[in-house]
Every structure is written in C-alpha cells, then in structure tokens.
Design a protein. Structure first.
Length: 152
C-alpha cells in the first residue's frame, strides 16, 4: 500500500472523527446515553465520571480496526484505527487536560484558537440538562467564538 494512502487514511479518519464525535455528543450523549454523560454537566464526586466510559466506546472500534488491519497484512483498517486513536488522544489533551484541567497543565494559553475552543466549550456547559445544548464538537467551533471575547 502506498504511503500517501496510509497517511490519507489516518488524516481522513481523524477529520471524520470530529463529525462522529459531534454527532455522538449531540444525539447520543445528550439523548439516549445522557445517563452516562449527565455527571459531566451536573457534577460528580471523585476523579472519574460515568462520562469517562465514552473512552471505551471510541477505543474499542479503534483497537479492532488496528487488530484486523495488522492481521490482514497492515491493510487500510490499521491506518483508520490509528486515525481514531490519534483523535482520541487529541480529545483527551484538549477536553480533559486543557479545558477541564483534570491535570493542572496547559492552564494559561493565549492562543486565539485554543481560547475559541475554551469559550465554545464553556457555552456548552452553560446548559446543565440535555436539552438546548450548543457547541457539540471539539476541534471545529463556530466562528463567533474566534471573534468575540465575551459570548453570551
């Protein structure tokens, strides 16, 4: 398999995962699976949340794609699984570490893009219930969060 196809599969899957995450967050986490996501909006006791179980929901397909890709001669599934895993790692860095400060690093960024992500996510958490949510993505946020310092 050509290197360009491998890189394209990783990058294409990574980009596609932003839309998968948006759809899952909007329609499943704030819908049928609210029972797992609620503590992320309404608070919890301890370090872990029920919401952390979504890590497995995304990690299992990534693992299976990589496993079957390797078992079949490093076919395209391997690189799709890698794309999902890289997206998951980025999600962990941006959402859990940068935004929610589960580990106290990356606290004071003045980067325009990271400020926009933080503002959009703050607006998402303004809603404590599953209804009337906004900003369900992670890496792609509405333009208004890049322009405005204070968004209401």
């Amino acid at each position: 398999m050509d290197v360009a196809i491998k890189i394209g599969a990783v990058l294409g899957t990574f980009i596609f995962m932003e839309f998968v995450a948006w759809f899952t967050h909007k329609y499943l986490m704030h819908g049928l699976l609210w029972i797992l996501h609620r503590d992320h909006h309404q608070g919890h006791v301890g370090f872990f949340e029920r919401n952390d179980s979504f890590f497995l929901i995304f990690a299992i397909p990534s693992f299976l794609l990589m496993l079957f890709g390797v078992l079949n001669g490093n076919d395209i599934r391997l690189f799709m699984g890698i794309g999902i895993a890289i997206y998951g790692f980025c999600y962990f860095l941006v959402h859990d570490i940068f935004i929610h400060q589960r580990f106290k690093i990356f606290r004071n960024s003045n980067n325009w893009y990271l400020r926009a992500i933080r503002r959009a996510h703050k607006m998402h958490h303004k809603h404590l219930n599953k209804e009337d949510g906004e900003c369900f993505g992670m890496l792609l946020v509405p333009l208004k969060y890049f322009r405005d310092e204070k968004v209401e």
